[in-house]
Design a protein. Structure first.
Length: 553
């Protein structure tokens, strides 16, 4: 049946009907485990000891979606353990040492500590459950509980024997954080079988270590010595860890832990070369991009503000424009709203900064990759190394800054610089050509086409310099006008505002109506009214307010 035609424009308002949401239509629940297994898996005793030692009174429990079904039971066991009477004291509700809060949703990635949600309940500490990136938090103390999923030790041992038949092979044993408690037992069994050069790794909270968040044997404390070791990794590593380790060890074999089925898992040799080639293609595609978006994807990682300032300074120093956005969980629809942005720099934890997806309209790169993209074509060298940690990027920039300052203090270098400045100032009145015209041309390495707007902020700076010096050039009848004119907001050049003015076909709610009305007036037809706007619902789910009416329960 055909839909009936509308006599008037629809009302742009949410319907005046109560909306409900059912939480029982999610994925099926896991089979319940016993209380004793739950106590062991979530390390209730250790958690209670650390909470009591810290004397924290407001405790936030953060669960990922895959473990949220166990949240109420873990909450109840912790509450009973924390309210248990001390020796010589009565167990009363008033004597409860702490209050517990269950965080049911994370503002950012599940591997990061959600300090934003914890501060909503004024928490003193966060207990983070499940796998973690172990990035240093910004404000709150954290108790990590990786949980302890089961692992078939005999199957892992058989897979290791098949992968490394030579018992004198130098192998590092590493596992994802939930399986890290199995590494010591595996290393002990391997030593009994004669694998004396199989070294287990312990978990440390240091993403900048040679093996991120892991220890290394004393004999492999240098980069060259570490390349002599192979790596046996239990569970699939995240892409950022795979790229980081690809250039630091001789080889990397992965023992999968999911999906769990009856067939024995097959160990695979990790190959990061295709991913590295794809990342390098994304980097080179942004070498002539004029506008970058800085996507802040965390508020809980230490030094994230320093990294934002570092990225902004890098982009401005290259003569390009940047816009900063703060988002929660990143998806393609959010970033597609800003079509003037040619590439995004993601500032999150060292794992979530790498986004590998073809759904995004523009390339998504990390702060370390941005440094390579902003280099000149004759300076950019791809060595295959890959870095993800904030501190490593900041330290490298600090070292480069110290080297530049040392060169500036060199008398010969300073004299040459002053000579260049003298010639530049002396010829300024005799040469009206812009600085951009004297620079070598820039070409897109993918298409080979000339790009004239790769550095909009440098062109704007040149235009301001020329406009400020026109008063001293009254003897000339003609003056060159800047060809790279862009819109300004508050006296500051804004490529985004220029894009909105000249290239966007839709500029906001109501803009399309004004364009239609202008076309109707120019054609001699009567103007028609647009859709009627009315106030929609507001408030919270238990009591909406519709327009000016009272709350509805």
């Amino acid at each position: 049946m055909a839909a009936p035609a509308l006599d008037s424009a629809p009302v742009l308002c949410t319907p005046d009907t109560p909306a409900t949401h059912r939480w029982d239509d999610g994925p099926p629940a896991r089979p319940p485990v016993s209380d004793e297994q739950l106590r062991l898996t979530y390390e209730i005793e250790r958690t209670v000891r650390e909470l009591q030692a810290g004397r924290w009174t407001r405790i936030a429990l953060q669960f990922p979606d895959t473990l949220l079904a166990d949240g109420p039971r873990v909450y109840e066991q912790l509450r009973r353990a924390l309210t248990r009477a001390r020796p010589g004291q009565a167990a009363t509700p008033e004597a409860a040492p702490a209050r517990l809060f269950l965080l049911a949703d994370s503002s950012y990635g599940a591997c990061c500590v959600d300090e934003v949600a914890a501060e909503h309940v004024a928490a003193d500490v966060v207990v983070h459950y499940g796998r973690a990136c172990l990035s240093p938090p910004a404000r709150l103390p954290v108790v990590h509980v990786f949980t302890a999923p089961p692992l078939d030790g005999d199957a892992v041992l058989a897979a290791f024997r098949h992968t490394y038949p030579d018992k004198h092979a130098k192998v590092l044993l590493m596992a994802d954080t939930p399986y890290s408690h199995h590494v010591a037992a595996l290393a002990s069994r391997l030593r009994q079988e004669g694998y004396l050069d199989a070294h287990p790794t312990d978990v440390v909270h240091n993403p900048a270590s040679p093996l991120p968040n892991r220890t290394v044997p004393p004999a492999a404390d240098t980069t060259d010595a570490l390349r002599e070791y192979a790596l046996f990794h239990i569970s699939d590593p995240p892409p950022s860890l795979l790229l980081t380790l690809s250039s630091r060890v001789a080889s990397m074999h992965i023992y999968p832990t999911s999906p769990a089925d009856a067939t024995p898992p097959t160990v695979s040799l990790a190959n990061a070369a295709p991913t590295l080639r794809r990342r390098y293609a994304l980097i080179t595609s942004l070498s002539t991009n004029p506008v970058f978006g800085i996507l802040v994807n965390t508020l809980s990682v230490k030094n994230y503000m320093h990294m934002v300032a570092h990225v902004q300074h890098q982009i401005a120093r290259a003569g390009k424009k940047s816009y900063t956005f703060v988002v929660g969980k990143v998806n393609a629809a959010k970033v597609a709203n800003f079509s003037e942005v040619g590439g995004w720099v993601v500032i999150g934890c060292w794992e979530s900064s790498l986004i590998e997806s073809s759904e995004f309209w523009r390339p998504m790169i990390t702060p370390w990759e941005l440094g390579i993209a902003l280099q000149a074509d004759d300076e950019r060298v791809w060595t295959g190394n890959w870095e993800a940690d904030f501190q490593t990027v900041l330290d490298a920039d600090r070292s480069q800054g110290e080297a530049d300052r040392t060169m500036d203090r060199d008398p010969c270098h300073e004299a040459a610089h002053q000579n260049d400045e003298f010639h530049a100032h002396g010829n300024r009145q005799d040469n009206y050509d812009s600085e951009d015209e004297s620079l070598p041309p820039e070409f897109d390495l993918r298409t080979g086409r000339y790009v004239s707007h790769a550095r909009p902020m440098r062109a704007a700076h040149t235009a301001q310099s020329l406009s400020s010096s026109t008063t001293s050039l009254e003897s000339y009848a003609l003056a060159k006008r800047d060809a790279g004119h862009v819109a300004a907001v508050g006296g500051v050049v804004s490529p985004g505002a220029e894009f909105l003015r000249s290239q966007r076909t839709w500029q906001g709610l109501g803009s399309d109506y004004h364009q239609t009305e202008e076309r109707q007036i120019s054609s001699g037809r009567n103007s028609q009214h647009a859709a009627k706007m009315e106030q929609g619902r507001s408030g919270i789910a238990k009591g909406y307010v519709v327009g000016e009416q009272e709350s509805r329960h």
